[in-house]
Design a protein around this ligand. Structure first.
Ligand code: 13P
Length: 343
């Protein structure tokens, strides 16, 4: 496979394919395993992820890349094959989460800045050796209208860190996934869809300004934004058509056409809505960039439930994963239909 950043980025957003976000930290995967009553051990984490990466049809046809956590990029399957090798054999690009998480922003109660820049150059060099060809860094922006959040300091600090991360990635021959997430399920999350639009537009404009300052090559990144949705606790929820329309309007106003692709996070949307929103945007006509998925929860929830931590359920879990991967693959081409969900 080509090692040019532009080619890797293009492969990550190949038509009808998207990214599997399987980079839950040890703490986050514990929350997922708690839901199915499974102990959070290193072997269980390995078995679960090996099950996903060995889902041949899903991986071969619908998954272009997989985001891994530090532990997973070093792990071997039960038969000794490195998990990275399973991903590569399926024709997908291995990627790695490199941020160290969203930490409280000093002086700004309720807000966070994502850390992990110190030593990042050295860590990227090691991850490259381990096979990673793209990376992910997630900035988190919370809307709390009563508290006047987000602050411009929070947006600026996070955008600056994202741009410094992106520049280091490109120096290392690694495509940065640039992920500024405006939370839909934050501590209050009662904001309406217009507020999400305004904060997302503000954030994306700030992020692209910082990327320009850091001389990041836009052809060699993938943007991972939230969709424009009301907060989870908002009294008025939005029709899928409205989400699609406002998300497209916001992205067209802020994301340069030089960016090869946009891969959305699911952020707490239900599986089917995350698919329907993506479909509606792709069905709306031609766009300057590819629009696809980089889902964690919306790709894995059904599979996780079907698996339930039991080896005898592996086939059922792989079937559930294939179904979601296929539905999202179709949505990435604007070819999904509700009737296919139960077919
Ligand atoms: P969700 O799709 O569950 O939001 O996860 C995507 C992700 O990678 C968040 O950083």
């Amino acid at each position: 496979m080509s090692e040019r950043l532009e080619d890797i980025a293009e492969a990550m957003v190949a038509t009808g394919q998207g990214i599997l976000a399987a980079d839950e930290s040890t703490g986050t995967i514990k929350k997922r395993f708690d839901q199915i009553g499974t102990e959070n051990t290193e072997d269980n984490r390995r078995d679960y992820r090996e099950m996903l990466f060995r889902s041949t049809e899903a991986m071969n046809y619908y998954i272009s890349g997989v985001i891994l956590f530090d532990e997973t990029i070093r792990q071997k399957a039960a038969d000794g094959t490195p998990l990275v090798e399973l991903i590569r054999k399926a024709g997908a690009v291995p990627g790695i989460k490199v941020d160290k998480g969203a930490k409280p922003l000093a002086g700004f109660p309720g807000e966070t800045v994502t850390e992990g820049l110190d030593g990042l150059r050295e860590r990227l060099a090691e991850y490259y050796e381990l096979g990673a060809r793209f990376a992910k860094w997630r900035a988190v922006i919370d809307i709390s209208e009563d508290d006047g959040l987000p602050s411009s300091t929070c947006i600026q600090a996070n955008a600056h860190a994202l741009a410094r991360y992106a520049a280091l990635c490109q120096e290392a021959g690694i495509v940065p996934i640039v992920e500024p997430e405006i939370l839909m399920d934050g501590p209050t999350a009662a904001h309406d869809i217009e507020t999400c639009y305004e904060v997302t537009e503000w954030t994306l404009n700030t992020v692209f300004s910082e990327l320009f300052q850091m001389d990041v090559m836009l052809e060699g990144i993938v943007l991972k934004p939230n969709m424009i949705v009301p907060g989870k606790n908002a009294p008025i929820q939005a029709a899928p058509e409205e989400v699609a329309e406002l998300t497209l309007r916001c992205l067209k106003a802020t994301v340069p056409a030089a960016v090869p692709g946009i891969a959305f996070l699911s952020g707490g949307q239900s599986d089917e809505l995350a698919t329907e929103h993506l479909h509606l945007m792709n069905a709306a006509g031609s766009l300057p960039w590819k629009l696809t998925f980089s889902y964690g929860r919306a790709l894995q929830q059904a599979a996780l439930k079907a698996w339930g931590g039991k080896p005898e359920n592996v086939a059922a879990a792989q079937a559930a994963f294939l179904h979601r991967a296929k539905m999202n693959g179709l949505a990435a081409k604007g070819e999904w239909q509700k009737a296919l969900e139960s077919a």
